[in-house]
Structure formats: structure tokens, C-alpha cells
Write a protein that binds this ligand. Structure first.
Ligand SMILES: Cc1cc2nc3c(=O)[nH]c(=O)nc-3n(C[C@H](O)[C@H](O)[C@H](O)COP(=O)(O)OP(=O)(O)OC[C@H]3O[C@@H](n4cnc5c(N)ncnc54)[C@H](O)[C@@H]3O)c2cc1C
Length: 464
């Protein structure tokens, strides 16, 4: 009898795992459950959708038919409410249940705004899901002024898409500077400068206290200091919490997320977790209360979880990325503990370029434990690997200066990343990959040729 793989969640991690299991095992029975109404879409590009830069078709590149072709049984609008590890069953909101042989929990996170009055007013919006983004489009139709409450990846995405719609955007930040939990002072300053140059009005030291309403509609925000400002649409950003309701009472070990080992196994051998919901029990990840929120990490873990579920303990691709995004076209990457301050044990190596480029390397006791790169995206994937491997300083320096090259001439001397030319998923091609070989986009299954011109690498559609 074929193995039944059950995957809860159809985001970056769940979708990638389903495809990878199918590729490795043609006989497997694979069931994917999602509480959303759409098949897999590029969640991180919802900002482009809101701005009107991408259409529904560009966002959803895996139609229901494509799932059928690959014999992936997709169940949409199906919420899992409970897991019973002893019976090997997941239980749905309808009360029905299904048995699994191996289970992957890839349920992601949700926004966890401070519980201030007014959150249920019309005009309080979100872009966590495609359905929420479509609803936000409706609110924005007649709006002129918009508020973004809090910093974070979604706040940055929103600032860019809303200003490009010609809206007047006010963003509150909780302290004196932007996102201090994640960014060092210099990077906060660079991000703030880019936001302000592009017309975003930043309100510093501003803790929202009330969303002001008139009747059932939101009309503005009052902060803890008593200041008010008008806004017809209000997005709550900031904190994220892992979607863990379904594991309550299951006996699985949880912390800020569902605890997993390096092979992404939970405390029960047939249950795995991947993506933003997963918390690596033994890792260098900062133990703040926020769940991770990183597409690249989720995508990589989907592949790793698939290998572990197939019983082929994975060749884990090292992954230390915490944030990879853009701020009005400026690349921002935070890797490992990139914002650690200088101390007796911690050395910081900074490089400032013009205009608006910055790189910060953080060495603790001589090994690389973090990096922040703003502006260029230069060496980001190399740094991700070096941080994950805790590379010593001399190795980091020789790698970044381009001296560390593989022996054979036809092997890629540098890791690079590119969006898939077919489906736009982010692909990473690693140092040492044979030039001219084919790599397969795990999102859309297209084979792509690895090219290198002596200075940079890229991926090409064969015979194109
Ligand atoms: C607007 C926006 C912009 C972003 N920009 C960036 C960016 O620039 N860079 C970056 O790195 N990341 C970005 N992200 C974050 C990125 O999208 C996430 O980190 C990534 O999607 C996480 O993937 P995941 O598979 O872990 O979870 P998700 O993509 O969140 O998927 C979770 C899945 O679980 C399902 N689910 C949850 N609970 C249940 C349940 N009980 N029963 C059934 N199904 C359930 C959901 O329906 C969904 O299918 C952005 C996110 C948003 C919303």
C-alpha cells in the first residue's frame, strides 16, 4: 500500500513539500489541506497585487488542474482543528477525520496586533491572504489617507504599494527608530530615509491606543500620547504568532512555534513541521517572541521536510535568513543575529557605499553569526551559507573577496539567486554547481540551464 502523506497548509513550505514528495515518490498518496479558497499563490507578492502591478493570474500560477495532473489531492476551505498523534489522524472543523502515515504541519503565522479598541471597524484591513488583499482593494477604492500600524515586512510592503497608488501614508513606529528588534541603528536610519524620501510620514515613539470610528467605519488613529491622525483605511502590522491552535492538546512540544529538530521532526516521529510555524529547537535563531516570517526559509524547509518525511535524512541546505525583502527597490537582508551590538566578544565589520548601500558583518568569538545587507543584495546567499555554517573570519574574508574558488573550472564559483523566469519563485543556485547543468524550479517544475559569464550567474530556459 502506498504511503499517505498529509500536509496541512498550502503556502511556501507545504506546497514545496508536496511537489518534492511527488517528484521523489510517484506512488505516494499526497493530500494537501488549506483553509484558504485559492490554490498556491505567491503570498509575498500580495503587495504588488494591491498596488495593481500584478494580476490574479500572475499571483496564482498553480491552477487546480495542475494539482490534478500531479495527483496532489488539494482540499481548499478545509480547516484542520485537531491532530491525534496516537490515532495518526487529523480532525477537521466539520468533525470528519483522515488518517495519515506521515504528517506535515505548515500552517504559517497570523498577525497578532495589540488588542486595541476599534479593530473590528470597517476599513481595518489586512493583506495576509489573497482574500484579505481583495477585501482591502474594496476599502481602498475611495480612500485618500491610510495608516500602517507597526514596522515589519508587511509594513514595508504596504508602504511601497500604497504610496504607488497615490495614497497619503502614515506609519507608526513604536520606538525612536525603525524595527530595533531586527535592525542595527545604521540600517534603521537607511530604511527610514528611504521611506521618508518616498513620501511616507513616520510617527516615531507612537503606540496606537484606539482606532477611532464614526458609526461603523474607521476614520483615524489615536496614539498613547493622545495624538490623533486621520485615515480611512488602517493596516495593523508588527507582531506575528505561529498558527498552533490545531496542535493544542496533542502533546506535541511547542514554544513560540512547533518545536522541531534539524530534520524538522517534531516530538512525535511521524509528524514534521516546516516554514514560519516551525521553531528550530537547537539553533542560533534569536529567541524573541515573534514567529519567523521569511519566504526563503519556508521554501527551503519545505524541501527539507519532504526529504525527512520520505525517510531520506536530508542534505540540509544551511539556512539562516531572517528577513529578505525590498524597501522601495532597495534590497534588505537580515541573516542570523545581524543586529548584535559590539562587545568584548562581538566584532562588527561595516562597509558603507554610496548611495544607500551598507553591509554589516557580525563575528562572535571569531565566527560569523550574523549579517545585514542593505541596498545591493550583494553576496547575500553566500553570507546566508557562511552564517549557517558559522564560518571563521578568514574563510568569510576570502569568500567575499572572491579568492575561494572551487578547483574545477566548470563549477560555479559563487552562489547566486534569481527569480524563476516562468513562475517568479526565488531560486538559489549554489557554489560548485556545474555550469551548463540543469536545475529544476521546484515551484513550477521548469528545467533551467545554469549560465556563468565570468562575473555573474543566471538561469535560462533551455533553447530559448
Ligand atoms: C503581504 C506579505 C508580504 C510579504 N513579504 C515578504 C518578503 O518580502 N520577504 C519574505 O521573506 N517574506 C515575506 N512575506 C512572508 C512570507 O510570505 C511567509 O514567510 C511565507 O509565506 C511562509 O510560508 P509558510 O508556508 O510557512 O506559511 P504560509 O504561507 O503562511 O501558509 C500557511 C498555510 O496554512 C494554511 N492553514 C493555516 N492554518 C490552517 C488550519 N488550521 N487548517 C488548514 N490550513 C491552515 C493557510 O491556509 C496557508 O495555506 C510576506 C507575507 C505577506 C502576507
Amino acid at each position: 500500500m502506498s504511503t499517505h502523506f498529509v500536509i496541512i497548509g498550502n503556502g511556501a513550505a507545504g506546497y514545496r513539500a508536496a511537489k518534492a514528495i511527488r517528484r521523489a515518490d510517484g506512488d505516494a498518496r499526497i493530500s494537501v489541506f488549506s483553509e484558504e479558497r485559492h490554490p498556491f499563490y505567491l503570498r509575498r507578492q500580495l503587495g504588488d497585487f494591491l498596488a495593481g502591478h500584478s494580476t490574479l493570474d500572475e499571483l496564482i500560477f498553480q491552477s487546480r488542474n495542475a494539482y490534478r495532473r500531479e495527483r496532489l489531492d488539494l482540499f481548499l476551505m478545509t480547516r484542520v482543528t485537531r491532530i491525534d498523534p496516537a490515532a495518526h489522524e487529523v480532525i477537521f472543523a466539520s468533525g470528519q477525520q483522515v488518517r495519515y502515515d506521515r504528517l506535515l504541519v505548515a500552517t504559517g503565522t497570523r498577525a497578532a496586533p495589540a488588542p486595541i479598541p476599534g479593530l473590528s471597524l470597517e476599513g481595518v484591513a489586512s493583506i495576509d491572504t489573497l482574500t484579505a488583499a481583495q477585501e482591502s482593494q474594496r476599502f481602498l477604492r475611495d480612500a485618500r489617507r491610510v495608516a500602517i500600524l507597526g514596522e515589519g515586512v508587511i509594513g514595508l510592503t504596504l508602504a511601497e504599494s500604497l504610496t504607488s497608488r497615490g495614497l497619503r501614508v502614515t506609519q507608526t513606529i513604536r520606538s525612536e527608530r525603525f524595527w530595533p528588534e531586527l535592525l542595527d541603528e545604521t540600517t534603521s536610519g537607511l530604511v527610514e530615509a528611504v521611506l521618508e524620501t518616498n513620501g511616507v510620514l513616520l510617527r516615531r515613539n507612537a503606540e496606537p491606543r484606539v482606532i477611532i470610528g464614526a458609526g461603523h467605519r474607521a476614520i483615524g488613529v489615536e496614539t498613547a500620547s493622545g495624538e490623533t491622525f486621520p485615515a480611512e483605511v488602517i493596516f495593523c502590522g508588527g507582531r506575528r504568532r505561529a498558527n498552533l491552535d490545531l496542535v493544542e492538546g496533542s502533546g506535541l512540544e511547542v514554544g513560540r512555534g512547533l518545536r522541531v529538530n534539524a530534520s524538522l521532526e517534531t516530538s512525535h516521529p511521524d509528524i514534521f513541521a516546516a516554514g514560519d510555524v516551525a521553531e528550530l529547537a537547537e539553533s542560533d535563531e534569536p529567541q524573541d517572541e515573534n514567529a519567523p516570517f521569511c519566504w526563503q526559509r519556508a521554501w527551503a524547509q519545505g524541501g527539507l521536510a519532504a526529504a525527512s518525511m520520505l525517510g531520506r535524512p536530508a542534505e540540509a541546505t544551511p539556512e539562516a535568513m531572517r528577513v529578505r525583502t525590498t524597501v522601495f527597490g532597495h534590497d534588505l537582508a537580515v541573516i542570523g543575529r545581524g543586529n548584535l551590538p559590539k562587545s568584548d566578544d562581538v566584532q562588527i565589520v561595516e562597509r558603507r557605499g554610496e548611495p544607500n548601500t551598507y553591509r554589516r558583518l557580525v563575528f562572535e568569538k571569531g565566527v560569523l553569526v550574523g549579517a545585514i545587507v542593505f541596498g545591493t543584495g550583494e553576496n547575500v546567499h553566500e553570507l546566508n551559507r557562511l552564517v549557517a555554517e558559522r564560518a571563521p573570519r578568514d574563510v568569510v574574508e576570502s569568500t567575499l573577496s572572491g579568492q575561494a574558488k572551487p578547483d574545477a573550472e566548470n563549477l560555479l564559483p559563487q552562489t547566486f539567486a534569481q527569480h524563476c523566469p516562468i513562475c517568479a519563485a526565488e531560486l538559489v543556485v549554489h557554489y560548485g554547481t556545474p555550469i551548463g547543468s540543469l536545475v529544476c524550479c521546484a515551484a513550477c517544475n521548469t528545467d533551467l540551464v545554469v549560465r556563468w559569464d565570468g562575473r555573474r550567474g543566471w538561469l535560462e530556459i533551455p533553447n530559448h
